[in-house]
Design a protein around this ligand. Sequence first.
Ligand SMILES: *Cc1c(COP(=O)(O)O)cnc(C)c1O
Length: 228
Amino acid sequence: MQILDKERLRKNLDEVIWDIEQARISVSEHHIVKLVTVAKYTDIENIKTLYSLGQRAFGENQIQQLKERSALLEDLPLEWHSIGSLQKNKINNLIDLRPALMHSLDSIELAQELNKKLKAKDSKLNCLLQINSANEETKSGVSNTEAFDIYQQIKETCPQINLKGVMSIGANSKEHNIIQKSFEDTYNIYDKLSKDGATICSMGMSGDYELAIKCGSNLVRVGSALFR
Ligand SMILES: *Cc1c(COP(=O)(O)O)cnc(C)c1O
């Protein structure tokens, strides 16, 4: 994995932050967007450099990598996000890592299993409900039509889970309209849930984070745009 020098990372980070600023201000000056850096394909040294440039929130999609990196960097005040599909046999590992936020709660079954294991450890976890907004076979998540009800059901039956909002990955398409529609659908569900306390709408990656913000995202997960 490639180690990038500080000036290169500074330039990339500045560009991404500038783009986020432009997009969020086009929504509203009061629309605040959080940047979570996804370092999964890059070297751990780059995380240290981005930390020195002011970045604090980092996401990993594999529990094993999250475990190794958070241990190696435990002296830094970083905020870790778990963003990948969680297999049932990794639940205890995830709980022990105490991430700031788990983005990928993708079924009621997973929520109930997670709730049980959290209870056994007398622990709680902040989570987002993942929505498969474009209804794609290759992606996990609940459907748009079920999302609202499943969210309520998790809130009612899983007291160890602090549900904070929703996450989705934009449609895998070259057509702007189709990607936009997938973000709008997720945002509309989030908007309904926000009347009931949801505060995080996690959508947007390197290829589409500006569009996601314009559709209402308040958390973007950006990887490759920072490490090119
Ligand atoms: C890899 C990944 C990202 C970042 O993807 P880039 O296109 O590299 O920005 C964001 N979210 C999830 C869930 C991912 O797996």
